[in-house]
Design a protein. Structure first.
Ligand code: HEM
Lengths: 254, 209
């Protein structure tokens, strides 16, 4: 009845207060659904809330599968003229803008692990030497707002091929310097517009947009685009993600 | 005076499929609207928010889970209803003929405090309201698909004015449906003898004779 979801306890210690409040709010709501929900659940007792939760999770998993089927690997996201770029481009993270981390470019190394042949870490200089392209695309946030931006970097497919990643694996996962983590399906990782990004609006990626490097995917919602990437791994085990583990849909494709 | 005769006592005035779809739709629409309000609140399009206590889901992720679960119920049920309505002749029989003149005439009646109602026969205002809400439902689903998949379904999204346009279409279609529901429920309260047949399908015998 009053069982705490197993995942939350260890997570709580490592989270900023704002986030803990969010999680507490969620725990509270798990046990006392809002008025609207109660109205809909009239006739059910409170323990049914857990059953409802299970159905909703199952439906979210089902929606992952449907979205994977809907995903067309060669369908490009619309692109826009540079005049459409949002200024200022909104900041968003699981913490406030004043808590953005500063990364020392000299000491930075990108780690690789999992089903990757060449796991040698990459310095920024080496990364910057890779062939780069730009895109002006729409970033769509799960909250509903959207903003057009310009991102420059190496096509992720090129990078994955270069390091000898197993392209038949299911997932690519990301661990980030700010404690964030997420993962994506291989089909999206290989999409022509999926980009390991070093620049925003023709300038070195600022700290608030993910210095030194983020993954830009116009085919997924904003929170699926990890910033401050520290490690990339390829795996067949479902890696989940920071928001995904709390209930946001994992595939979250656009 | 009404030229249309009332249905004979105990005749089926609402087909079973229509009744089942109608009440499933009430559940689906309620979930969609209440969770949709929570999603709206995460990034309001207009300078107001829906009171969080009136919403469903508890927080954004919960609301999205409800919304993307109930959309399957809404669409499957809506498709069943519309396909039945078109191919069984239910729409042709119940919603037509319909003329602007008849709608205006009925509206004038309403302004004079008169509602024509024969059980089993929709008046012209009802017919037009039902047709409009069905179209609004279709607009809701199409704009919803455009917001959900602005890349994969970008041709559809383009018809809605792109991602941002589709958000507005979705909002106003919701507002239209909610407006319809408010009026619809008030009308049922004004003519309460219409309610039971929407469950049983039959017109009750007059005056319990
Ligand atoms: C608690 C809420 C509701 C109640 C009590 C209710 C009640 C009714 C009743 C009594 C009728 C038959 C009217 C008559 O015989 O004159 C009816 C028909 C109808 N209602 Fe509702 N309704 C509700 C919610 C909704 C919602 C949410 C929608 C759609 C968004 C809706 C759409 C319709 C339609 C389209 C018809 C005509 C059905 C047909 O003949 O094909 N209703 N409703």
């Amino acid at each position: 009845m009053k069982k705490t979801p197993p995942r939350l306890a260890p997570v709580l210690e490592s989270l900023p207060t704002k986030q803990i409040q969010l999680l507490e709010r969620r725990l509270f709501l798990k046990h006392s659904l809002s008025l609207g929900a109660l109205a809909l659940l009239t006739g059910c007792d409170v323990t049914d809330a857990d059953a409802v939760q299970k159905v909703l999770w199952a439906m979210s998993k089902w929606n992952d599968r449907v979205q994977a089927l809907l995903f067309n690997p060669s369908k490009l996201a619309p692109t826009y003229p540079e005049s459409a770029i949002a200024k200022p481009f909104p900041f968003n993270a699981y913490y406030g803008e004043d808590e953005v981390i500063e990364v020392d470019p000299g000491g930075y190394k990108l780690a690789l692990s999992g089903l990757i042949r060449d796991k040698k870490p990459w310095t920024l200089t080496e990364l910057y030497a890779l062939p780069q392209v730009s895109q002006v695309t729409r970033h769509v946030c799960v909250e509903g707002w959207s903003a057009i931006g310009k991102w420059t970097g190496v096509p992720f497919r090129h990078f994955l091929e270069r390091v000898g990643a197993d392209l038949s694996a299911k997932y690519v996962g990301f661990n980030c310097l700010d404690g964030y983590y997420t993962s994506i399906d291989m089909a999206t990782a290989l999409h022509p517009q999926t980009q390991l990004t070093f620049q925003f609006a023709d300038r070195t990626l600022p700290a608030k947009y993910g210095f030194p490097m983020k993954l830009r995917m116009p085919t997924k919602l904003g929170f699926k685009n990890p910033k401050h990437i520290a490690e990339i791994f390829v795996t067949n085990q479902f890696p989940g993600g920071y928001w995904e583990d709390q209930g946001y849909n994992w595939f979250s494709g656009s | 005076m009404d030229s249309i005769p009332a249905a004979p006592p105990n005749a089926t005035i609402h087909p079973l499929v229509v009744r089942i779809c109608h009440w499933i739709n009430v559940v689906a629409i309620s979930i969609m609207v209440l969770s949709g309000w929570r999603i709206y609140d995460a990034s309001p399009l207009f300078p107001f928010r829906f009171p969080p206590d009136l919403t469903l889901g508890g927080w954004l992720a919960g609301a999205l889970q409800w919304h993307f679960a109930a959309m399957w119920l809404l669409v499957a049920n809506g498709l069943a209803y519309v396909l039945y309505g078109v191919f069984s002749g239910h729409y042709r029989r119940s919603f037509f003929p319909l003329t602007w003149g008849a709608i205006l005439h009925e509206f004038a009646n309403l302004l004079h405090g008169r509602i024509s109602h024969r059980l089993g026969v929709y008046n012209p205002l009802q017919k037009s309201a039902y047709l409009v809400v069905i179209l609004l439902g279709i607009a809701l689903v199409l704009s919803g698909l455009s917001i959900w998949k602005p890349v994969q379904l970008q041709e559809l999204a383009a018809l809605m004015g792109g991602y941002e346009g589709a958000r507005r279409v979705h909002f106003f279609a919701m507002a239209g449906v909610v407006g319809f529901v408010v009026v619809h429920v008030v009308m049922v309260m004004l003519v309460p003898r219409t309610l039971v047949p929407m469950f049983t399908g039959h017109a009750p015998r007059e005056g319990g004779k």
